[in-house]
Write a protein that binds this ligand. Structure first.
Ligand code: HEM
Length: 386
């Protein structure tokens, strides 16, 4: 069965897909930027070996420009990864129960995946001793801003009103933690991602900017990991004959066909030629991992779900679900580990059947799966239910 049955709809992704002719890897798009769909050009831009583009990732972009300095970006990314890694080590045994409680007997996706990740990583996002109202605020941010289609589900006035209440609550907590850290003197082990952001940033950094970095983590964890889990389950459920495959192949293939981070923005640092197109610092480059991952010169049966293709490792450099080069995702390894654990448990302990609830992929800054219902029935001798 072909995954091309799932179409990217009418939005910007569908437009770029329609514009791509399979031969020109870089072109001026009707979207208003220069689209980069060829693996070589994508590597040149993302790898940035010759400083061809302004040095920044989307993760640290904020309303003032870019959160910095670069040393703080790197330190925050590393500390966040280590915090999540430790948490995953300590709580791996919770996953079978979490699946039973969150996903059985049936669940509505992709929200179910986001809420499962929220529950599993709750203490990393905000440690249990943080004020109860702040825990509620973080949950409300997930519901109002992180879940797929959240903008559609809440009116603009209600979103603005919520923003006015939620952001000051986070700012207050950030300031209080910074003050406590100052009065205690010296660093201490971060207990959650608020501590990571406060502890690894310049003590004089704007607190509003710290809140934005924290929100990036909320989107990356609950949002992106949840959507990636959603795609893996959706593809397994809509391809019941794909056979018993290694969970890591399913995860990689899902991230290839439907990369959650599907478009990376960059600005050329000087006038130059890129894949046959002249670009200047006035252009906005849009590196499209979705198109790179389906490039006909680099992938056999590019639009099909073929997890077995991963039996021989990564075919070539035409794969960048976590970006490439100096700004490669700091959370890639912990993300893949959690996804593989969850997909491994779901396929080992459960038969998962999927019914589409209407609509196609949900294309926003992240690429979320269509809405679907998953019914989980136990495999014979299911260890998760003993
Ligand atoms: C499925 C889950 C995820 C996906 C698909 C994803 C994807 C990406 C991509 C594509 C980039 C590069 C963006 C660019 O170059 O413009 C990136 C950067 C980043 N990601 Fe992730 N990410 C995920 C989860 C996470 C998690 C769980 C963390 C938590 C540690 C994280 C932390 C970061 C950070 C800190 C950066 C900025 C790196 C830098 O500029 O040095 N990500 N991510």
């Amino acid at each position: 069965m072909q995954s091309s049955r799932t179409h990217p709809g009418n939005g910007p992704l569908a437009l770029l897909r329609a514009e791509f002719d399979g031969t020109h890897d870089v072109w001026r798009s009707a979207l208003g930027g220069v689209c980069v769909a060829g693996p070589e050009a994508a590597r040149a831009v993302m790898g940035n070996r010759h400083e061809a583009v302004a040095d920044t990732s989307d993760f640290y972009q904020n309303r003032h420009g870019v959160f910095g300095p670069r040393s703080a970006q790197i330190a925050i990314g590393r500390a966040a990864r280590e915090l999540i890694r430790r948490h995953l080590d300590q709580h791996r045994g919770d996953l079978p129960r979490l699946i039973v409680e969150q996903l059985t007997p049936h669940s509505q996706w992709p929200d179910a995946a986001n809420l499962l990740v929220l529950r599993h990583l709750r203490d990393v996002l905000l440690h249990p001793d943080a004020p109860v109202p702040l825990h509620r605020t973080v949950e409300a941010i997930v519901v109002r801003a992180v879940l797929a289609g959240a903008r559609r589900r809440h009116s603009l006035p209600s979103r603005l009103l919520f923003r006015r209440r939620a952001l000051p609550a986070l700012r207050t907590e950030m300031s209080a933690r910074r003050e406590r850290r100052r009065s205690r003197g010296g660093p201490s082990e971060p207990r959650d991602l608020v501590d990571v952001v406060v502890g690894e940033s310049d003590p004089a950094a704007d607190v509003g900017d710290l809140v934005e970095v924290y929100l990036s983590f909320l989107f990356a964890t609950v949002g992106s990991i949840g959507f990636a889990l959603g795609w893996s389950v959706y593809l397994l459920g809509t391809h019941p004959n794909s056979g018993a495959v290694d969970p890591s192949w399913t995860v990689r293939e899902a991230l290839r066909l439907w990369p959650v981070a599907w478009l990376f923005a960059r600005t050329p640092s000087r006038e130059q030629e890129l894949g046959g197109t002249r670009v200047t610092p006035h252009d906005r480059l849009m590196v499209c991992s979705y198109l790179v991952h389906r490039h006909p010169a680099h992938w056999e049966r590019p639009d099909e779900f073929v997890p077995q293709r991963w039996a021989e490792g990564v075919p070539d450099g035409a794969y960048l679900p976590f970006g490439l080069g100096p700004h490669t995702c700091a959370g890639a390894t912990v993300t893949v580990r959690l996804l593989e654990d969850l997909v491994g448990l779901l396929t080992r302990d459960w038969r998962v059947s999927v019914t589409q609830d209407g609509g196609g992929p949900q294309v926003g800054p992240a690429l979320a799966p269509p809405r679907f219902t998953a019914v989980l029935s136990p495999n014979d001798g299911c260890p998760g239910r003993r």
